[in-house]
Design a protein around this ligand. Structure first.
Ligand code: LLP
Length: 414
């Protein structure tokens, strides 16, 4: 459930008319609803009841510092994958003790920075990373808390680009080799083993693959226990899907209940790294129709947002709902391809959509709060667009629209 609804035919973000936001800040822009974001975070957090847990929001989904700060104030932890994300989380005034660091290619400077601020845990994904962390921790005179991200070889049944838990994927330590890595870590002077981790993919719409992964990870937990290596937490990653069209993913409560059942009487703190399920439906992308171009073969609605602003439809062929900001158009409905101005045939936001359109109309692309702005680029020298967060009847500019001059800031003539 989200807080983007029609009131008397006008689309509202909480208590603010979307049209008023565009009048103030221009088109195109991302609009987020604070209440929706908070609601989704609480849906995960409260599902755990008395079970020890930490929700570590996956920063890559939407990393605006106002979003991170909103979640930090609820008590959220964060899953990061780069120095940039670490610095963002710190700029958002969150507690480094609640930060887990994932990613297959952690550089020395990134590890050093994370050790200096005292993050909660490194999720190790490559053998060499363990040696590197041990060495840097030794140089700094600290003990590094680590967990291994194991690859459980489970089919997440999602788009191949966002499936990560199969043997052929680059992520995690092979599940067969995990015990050896834990033994190696246990013998290292600057390492403290704190947990185990897996993340099998994104936009999963059923619970089964999560439970299969959990079962396999628990086997390792128990094998380690038998050797005297006792883990404190189990991190099951992110990946719970959302409804873009007609998908029916489990609610966070249902998903967490299934996980807790699968966990049985194992006494472990549970960490989750949801991204999309928290921020996805808390955001829309609003764009204006610049031109209508009906042709013999196709009708094109050319809008002022493009694949550089929202790449998911072009990159994954993903479907996101496109709805009018103002209902009650007098134009007849027609099938439109909603396309941007970028010079690529793959630049589309939606195809064959039934809409009643006039030039100048505003459209909202729903479910754009995750992997929207964070995957945007300056392709075709298009400045990145503004981000606004609505809180009740107030709107806040949380990222200014880039200026044209910012496009080449840092570039130099010979
Ligand atoms: N943890 C790790 C280690 C991850 O790699 C990811 C996502 C997450 C957590 C959060 O997953 P979520 O709960 O958001 O599904 N750009 C793609 C999604 C890529 C996901 C990458 N990893 C998209 O737009 O669909």
């Amino acid at each position: 459930m989200d807080y983007f609804n029609y009131r008397e035919q006008r689309l509202f973000a909480e208590d603010v008319a979307v049209e008023d936001i565009i009048t103030e800040y221009g088109s195109p822009c991302y609009i987020y609803s604070k209440a929706t974001l908070e609601r989704h975070w609480h849906a995960f957090d409260s599902a755990f009841g008395k079970q020890a847990h930490l929700i570590c929001y996956a920063v890559k989904a939407n990393s605006n510092i106002a979003i991170l700060n909103t979640l930090a104030l609820l008590g959220s932890g964060f899953d990061i994958v780069s120095l940039g994300e670490l610095e963002r989380v710190l700029a958002a005034q969150s507690d480094p003790k609640k930060v887990v660091f994932s990613g297959v290619g952690k550089r020395e400077d990134e590890i050093r920075a994370a050790l200096k601020v005292g993050i909660r845990c490194f999720n190790i994904e490559v053998q060499g990373e363990l040696d590197r962390i041990n060495q840097i921790a030794g140089e700094l005179g600290v003990i590094a808390p680590v967990s291994f991200r194991v690859n459980p070889d489970v089919d997440a049944k999602t788009h191949p680009y966002i499936s990560t838990g199969l043997k052929e994927n680059k992520f995690g330590i092979d599940i067969e080799g995990a015990l050896d890595e834990y033994r190696r870590a246990a013998a290292m002077p600057h390492i403290e083993i704190v947990g185990i981790d897996c993340h099998i993919g994104s936009q999963l719409i059923e619970t089964r693959p999560f439970l299969d992964a959990l079962e396999r990870v628990l086997k390792i937990v128990n094998a380690l226990k038998a050797e005297g290596i006792v883990l404190h937490h189990l991190d099951l990653g992110g990946g719970l899907g959302i409804c873009y069209n007609d998908e029916t993913p489990p609610e966070p409560a249902e998903y967490v209940a299934a996980l807790l059942k699968g966990l049985g009487d194992n006494n472990l703190e549970i960490l989750l790294e949801p991204g999309r399920a928290i921020s996805g439906n808390a955001g829309i992308l609003v764009t204006k129709v610049e031109y209508l171009k009906p042709t013999e073969y196709k009708n094109f609605a050319i809008v002022d947002a493009a694949m550089n602003d929202l790449v998911r439809p072009s990159l994954y062929g993903s479907w996101q709902a496109i709805i009018p900001v103002q209902l009650g158009s007098k134009e007849p409905e027609n099938e439109w391809d909603v396309v941007g101005p970028v010079c690529e045939t793959g630049d589309f936001l939606g195809k064959d959509r039934r809409l009643a359109l006039s030039q100048g109309d505003l459209l909202a692309i729903r479910s754009s709060g995750a992997y929207g702005f964070t995957m945007s680029s300056n392709y075709n020298s298009r400045p990145r667009i503004a981000e606004i967060m609505v809180d009740g009847d107030r709107m806040h500019l949380i990222r200014e629209r880039e200026s044209v001059a910012q496009l080449w800031a840092g570039e130099h003539l010979l």
